[in-house]
Design a protein around this ligand. Structure first.
Ligand SMILES: Nc1ncnc2c1ncn2[C@@H]1O[C@H](COP(=O)(O)OP(=O)(O)OP(=O)(O)O)[C@@H](O)[C@H]1O
Ligand SMILES: [Mg+2]
Length: 235
C-alpha cells in the first residue's frame, strides 16, 4: 500500500493517506517527548520496536474480542491501519500506582491497586491532557453513551489480555494508555499504539523499568530497555 499525502505528524508517528480513504499508513519515529513535549530527544531503534510490539499485540487483541484498527505490518517502521475518527480521550488503565496517579493522590509508586482503575483524559496538548470523567465526554459530545460504555468495557478486556500476555514474559503491566476511534462503518475500534511509550512495564523479578520512564526520568539504558521488551514480546 503506497503512501500518499502526509495527513498528520505527531510526536511519535507520522500518518499518511493511501489510495484507499479507509486505510492509513502509520510510520513510527525514534523521536521521544515527555512532560507534554517539554523534554525532547530520540531513542535509537524505538520506532521499529514500537511498530513490532504493536503489530504483535493487536492481532492477539482482535482474537480476544477487542476490535481494532490494525490491518498489517508493512515494514520495520510502517503499518497499515483502518482510518478512524479518534475519540478525543486518552483512556488509562492502572493496576499499580505510578506516575501522575501516585503523585496526585500522594500514594507511593508501586502500591498494588485492589482493583484496576480506568481514567479518562481529554486529548489536548494545549491543555496538557486534563483528567475528565464520562459525564464531561458525554456533555461535550466527544462520544455517545453507548460508545463510552463500550470503551470502558474494552479497556478492561485489553487489561485482562495484556496482563496475562506479559505475565508469561515476567513483565508486570503497571498501567497503559489507549485511544479509540470510529471507522467509516461507524464501528468503534481500538486505535493508535501499545508500546513501551504508552505502557509502564516493570520486570517482575527485579522491578526494573522497561519503558519510557527510563527516558522521562533519565534512568539510562533507554535503548536497551526497548530492545529487551521487544525480545520478550517476540518470545
Ligand atoms: N487509525 C487511526 N486513524 C486516524 N488517526 C489515528 C489512528 N490511529 C492513531 N491515530 C492518531 O494518529 C496520531 C499518531 O501520532 P502520535 O502518536 O505521534 O501523536 P501524538 O504526538 O501522541 O499526538 P496526539 O495523540 O496528541 O495527537 C495521533 O494523533 C493518534 O490519535
Ligand atoms: Mg501518541
Amino acid at each position: 500500500m503506497e503512501k500518499r499525502a502526509l495527513r498528520y505528524e505527531g510526536k511519535a508517528k507520522k500518518v499518511y493517506e493511501t489510495a484507499d480513504p479507509n486505510l492509513l499508513v502509520v510510520e513510527y519515529k525514534d523521536d521521544a517527548t515527555a512532560f507534554n513535549a517539554q523534554k525532547r530527544g530520540t531513542i535509537a531503534g524505538k520506532g521499529a520496536v514500537n511498530n513490532a510490539v504493536t503489530s504483535r499485540l493487536y492481532p492477539l487483541l482482535a482474537e480476544q474480542g477487542v476490535p481494532n484498527h490494525f490491518v498489517r505490518q508493512l515494514s520495520e517502521r510502517e503499518q497499515l491501519v483502518q482510518a478512524v475518527n479518534i475519540v478525543p480521550l486518552e483512556v488509562v488503565v492502572r493496576n499499580v500506582a505510578a506516575g501522575s496517579f501516585a503523585k496526585r493522590l500522594g500514594i507511593e509508586e508501586g502500591q498494588l491497586l485492589s482493583r484496576p482503575i480506568t481514567e479518562l483524559y481529554y486529548k489536548s496538548d494545549a491543555l496538557g491532557d486534563p483528567l475528565v470523567n464520562a459525564d464531561t465526554a458525554l456533555s461535550l459530545g466527544w462520544a455517545s453513551e453507548a460508545e463510552i460504555a463500550e470503551i470502558l468495557r474494552l479497556a478492561q478486556r485489553v487489561n485482562q489480555v495484556l496482563q496475562a500476555f506479559f505475565a508469561t514474559r515476567r513483565v508486570q503491566l503497571v498501567d497503559f494508555k489507549l485511544e479509540f476511534g470510529v471507522n467509516a462503518r461507524e464501528q468503534l475500534l481500538l486505535a493508535d499504539e501499545i508500546s513501551p511509550d504508552t505502557c509502564r512495564f516493570w520486570d517482575m523479578d527485579s522491578g526494573e523499568r522497561l519503558d519510557k520512564d527510563r527516558f522521562r526520568r533519565d534512568l539510562g539504558q533507554v535503548e536497551e530497555a526497548y530492545q529487551e521488551m521487544l525480545q520478550r514480546v517476540l518470545s
